[in-house]
Write a protein that binds this ligand. Structure first.
Ligand SMILES: Cc1cc2nc3c(=O)[nH]c(=O)nc-3n(C[C@H](O)[C@H](O)[C@H](O)COP(=O)(O)O)c2cc1C
Length: 456
């Protein structure tokens, strides 16, 4: 057993036949994976066989991630609504956590709290909410806004939103629903907490009309790496989904988020930091490399440039893939993801746009490891033991091949080294993650609403 105990793992689902953007074009790729609920359910069942803590779905509320020339080649232009898929998966699995993404910028706290509480009940206490403020600017246009809400305002909304959702999820103390046939008493009002929230963005009266699940309330996950994102995570998140490519940067990110938790009276163990990790694994290194090259060569240049445009926040469509990457200043549209691209350009001056998009397309800004099962597990172990993470959100490039390979090749090696479970420990997501439910009732200061956040 590792000195740090065991790591936590998510299986990160992205539409389009795999995490790699060219997956759907691979000879084994399933081009209509995005609309095939039975296939997604099979994938989740495979992840449960692999003893994953959670099945994790990203989301987007806009078709547009680039111009129509790029979108007409983009498999992520079709994105099935995650909550309905999660509810289906819940009926076909028993242990795996069900985490999906929803935005605090264009949703309503009462509706969101209710949806996730519903999934939590339907799954017997396995739901989690991945809080985002929406990375994609064009989301604004789905909701009648000309421009995406400015970032510091988005985060100000997110703090209040999280506070309201938490307050609603904590509407009922244990025993609040006696449902006593003899006395006729269904609800015990003494065990009810009525949130009376009136803030800058939302006005909401509780309680939530959904009782708690066996894990009390859904697990709070957060994805957002900027200063504002880290602060919000330190105050509210139980899992952070991070995008980190290098060990040293990941260690700094990890230490920074954990350090911020003390201000909110939180123990560092009550938050698990899980960066995304794309892996190409095979019996031999040569085979793993060949699998990687095969998918990389299938990347469409139009999509590659559009992806960089999105990530950098600046239009690159008029460049040729063979041009050297221009230096682009950090900008609000690019956010923390643009910083990652700039770091790479600084390390490799003269890098071509093709090499740059291949670099990011391979893992979409997340970690990447290519090799034998021992190579992949060495990488995971090093990050875990050096406190760069508490586990990973695993990103199989091609479904279901690479998830099956996780189960057959990586899982046994992790288990042999004592780094991962051999069976589920608990019934709920929170139990499997080794987390306890946040205290009831949640004090206002625990959400940090009284701390002034400096705008970036
Ligand atoms: C690891 C990671 C995953 C993300 N996943 C999504 C997603 O599924 N959908 C989305 O709209 N935004 C996603 N985002 C962006 C978030 O919406 C984020 O709240 C917003 O871009 C601000 O991010 P920042 O704090 O990293 O600058 C993600 C960001 C990160 C770092």
């Amino acid at each position: 057993m590792s000195q740090r105990g065991q790591m936590k793992l998510g299986m990160f689902y992205w539409p389009g036949g795999g995490q790699h953007m060219a997956a759907w074009r691979h000879p084994l790729g399933v081009p209509d994976f995005d609309v095939s609920a039975p296939r997604i359910v099979e994938l989740a069942k495979l992840a449960e066989q692999g003893l994953f803590d959670m099945f994790f779905m990203a989301d987007s509320l806009s078709f547009w991630r680039g111009p129509i020339e790029a979108m007409s080649h983009d498999s992520a232009g079709s994105w099935i609504e995650p909550m309905s898929v999660m509810a289906t998966i819940a009926q076909h699995t028993e242990h795996i956590g069900l985490v999906c993404t929803a935005t605090t910028t264009y949703d309503q706290p009462y509706l969101l709290a209710r949806r996730y509480a519903g999934l939590d009940l339907a799954s017997g206490g396995r739901a989690g909410w991945n809080l985002i403020t929406s990375g994609n600017d064009t989301t604004a246009q789905s909701f009648g806004h000309a421009e995406h809400v400015e970032k510091s305002r988005r985060y100000a909304m997110a703090w209040e939103f999280a506070h309201v959702v938490r307050g609603l999820w904590q509407s009922w103390q244990p025993g609040a629903f006696p449902r006593d046939k003899t006395s006729g008493q269904f609800i015990d009002p003494d065990k009810m907490f009525v949130l009376e929230h009136e803030g800058e963005f939302f006005k909401v009266r509780g309680p939530l009309n959904v009782p708690p699940s066996p894990q009390g309330e859904p697990v709070m996950v957060q994805a957002g790496a900027s200063d504002e994102g880290r602060e919000l995570a330190a105050a509210t998140a139980e899992v952070v989904f991070a995008a980190q490519q290098h060990l040293e940067n990941a260690k700094i990110f990890y230490a920074d988020v954990k350090r911020r938790m003390a201000f909110y009276g939180r123990n560092e163990d009550s938050l698990k930091i899980m960066p995304g990790l794309t892996y190409f694994v095979a019996e031999t290194r040569e085979q793993a490399r060949a699998d990687y090259d095969e998918l990389q060569d299938l990347i469409d240049p139009v999509m590659g440039l559009a992806m960089l445009t999105n990530r950098m926040g600046v239009d690159l469509s008029h460049y040729n893939p063979g041009d050297p990457a221009p230096v682009i200043p950090d900008n609000p549209r690019g956010g923390s993801r643009a910083k990652l691209v700039n770091e790479l350009i600084a390390k490799q001056p003269g890098i071509t746009l093709r090499d740059l998009y291949k670099h990011f397309a391979g893992a979409r800004g997340h970690g990447l490891v290519i090799g034998s099962p021992a190579d992949v597990v060495d990488h995971m172990q090093q990050w875990f033991e050096k406190k760069a993470c508490d586990g990973f959100n695993m990103m199989p490039p091609l479904y279901p091949r690479d998830l099956q390979r996780f189960n057959d090749l990586i899982l046994p090696e992790l288990q042999r080294r004592g780094l991962y479970r051999t069976r589920y420990e608990g019934r709920t997501l929170r139990e499997n993650l080794g987390l306890t439910r946040p205290a009831w009732p949640l004090a206002r200061e625990h959400l940090g609403l009284d701390k002034q956040i400096e705008p970036a």
